[in-house]
Design a protein around this ligand. Structure first.
Ligand SMILES: *Cc1c(COP(=O)(O)O)cnc(C)c1O
Length: 401
């Protein structure tokens, strides 16, 4: 079974898991992430969502409206709600999956404090136009409107030759195992603003606790089993356990529940040292990882750019391909058909956030987001994933439908 994704791991990560982590790797990881993505400061957090939430708390942003795309990870909305702000959902463009600029303009008002830009699936949003819209609104309403670059899908993606993170006040990175590089879990916020850095770091150190021993052990165990579960030898059993039983379901659900506004139990504990150590090892491979993903994505683009039965974004300059999205008319049949061919197809975002039960009362109708949630699948990317073989299998399936 070809997995829907696989993270890059080698014996270095495995060795780290069985060794104690004596040195303070967290400061090193923060500095390295900042340097790599062209920022002055990096601050670590237990999760990407906690980085975003802490930014709002530390800056005293509450009872305001925060604009975000309707089609992104639900945790973005959850961290807004949990900071006592109101999410404002803006529909997306289907050709890039990024925020629609016309609706963005319409949704800014005097209560808007923050705009969260997700560079969805690694596709860079039009940062220059967004900056212009925001600057104009700031003048109109005489307020500061923060731009948060949600880089969880788009580490190192660039727009007009500059990193997307250059266009925001702060940038958020998340490192769970499905991201471009991993630190087991964990997140980092980067910024160039010294005042903001000081304030957020101080708030974090006052409000987050040291990692408990049980968290540290469970992170090590989790990653150890994840490496095994996604290995070429074992993945068929992992697939069976995930799809035919509810054995793994209970475990993954504790970190991620789309339908409920909540954070994981250990949201108030710092990133663990072992997570930072793994993150540093992964960051060293970053350039290689992105090159390989771009090569894999190119194969998909070449194969499907003129195919009517599967709609893709085409090649987008500066994209880093956290995922490779495609739309098909019957998602369920496609996933089932490819499974029979030995390929697992991903469904990273199965929902439009304003249509989730916990946000339905806000009454948004973002029709592109809803359409995307119904038709979008993600083609496998990752180490030892043979995209040419996958393309053959997809073509074989498409001939039949
Ligand atoms: C993964 C992700 C996050 C943060 O996720 P955490 O699990 O909290 O680290 C935020 N936004 C997007 C778009 C993501 O994909």
């Amino acid at each position: 079974m070809i997995p829907r994704f696989r993270f890059w791991s080698s014996k270095d990560e495995l060795l780290s898991l069985i060794q104690p982590a004596w040195k303070d790797y967290i400061r090193v990881f923060e500095a390295k992430i900042a340097k790599k993505f062209n920022a002055r400061y990096g601050i670590s957090f237990p999760y990407g969502r906690v980085a975003q939430w802490s930014f709002l708390k530390a800056m005293g942003i509450m009872n305001t409206e925060i604009i975000m795309p309707a089609y992104t990870c639900s945790v973005v909305a959850h961290s807004i709600s949990l900071s006592n702000n109101i999410p404002v959902f803006v529909d997306i463009d289907l050709d890039t999956y990024n925020i629609n600029l016309e609706s963005l303009k319409k949704n800014i008002n005097k209560n808007t404090s923050v705009i969260i830009i997700t560079n969805t699936f690694g596709n860079p949003a039009d940062a220059l136009k967004i900056k212009k819209i925001v600057n104009k609104a700031e003048q109109n309403f005489k307020t500061k409107i923060w731009i948060v670059q949600d880089c969880c899908h788009s580490f190192g993606a660039s727009y007009a030759g500059r990193l997307v993170s250059d266009f925001g006040d702060v940038s958020i990175y998340g490192f769970n195992i499905s991201k471009l590089i991993t630190s087991i879990f964990g997140g980092v916020l980067t910024t160039n603003n010294r005042f903001v850095e000081k304030k957020i770091r101080k708030w974090r150190d006052k409000n987050l606790k040291k990692s408990s021993l049980s968290k540290i052990l469970s992170r090590r165990l989790y990653f150890f089993f994840a490496i095994i579960a996604f290995s070429r030898l074992f993945y068929k059993y992992t697939f069976w356990l995930t799809h035919k039983t509810s054995f793994l379901n209970k475990y993954t659900k504790s970190f991620h529940l789309d339908e409920k506004i909540h954070f994981p139990k250990d949201y108030d504990q710092h990133m663990a040292n072992i997570e930072a150590k793994i993150g540093i090892i992964q960051l060293n491979k970053y350039d290689k990882i992105i090159d390989e993903r771009r090569r894999q994505a190119k194969n998909y683009v070449k194969a499907f750019q003129f195919e009517k039965k599967i709609q893709i974004c085409g090649s987008i300059a500066g994209a880093t391909y956290s995922h490779f999205p495609a739309r098909v008319s019957d998602k369920k049949a496609f996933i089932e058909g490819l499974r029979k061919e030995g390929v697992e197809i991903g469904e990273v975002l199965q929902y439009s956030i304003p249509h989730l039960p916990c946000y339905a009362n806000l009454g948004y109708n973002c029709k592109n987001a809803k359409y995307a949630s119904k038709h979008t699948i993600n083609l496998p990317l990752g180490p030892h994933i043979d995209t040419l073989k996958i393309i053959k299998k997809i073509n074989k399936y498409l001939l039949k439908v």
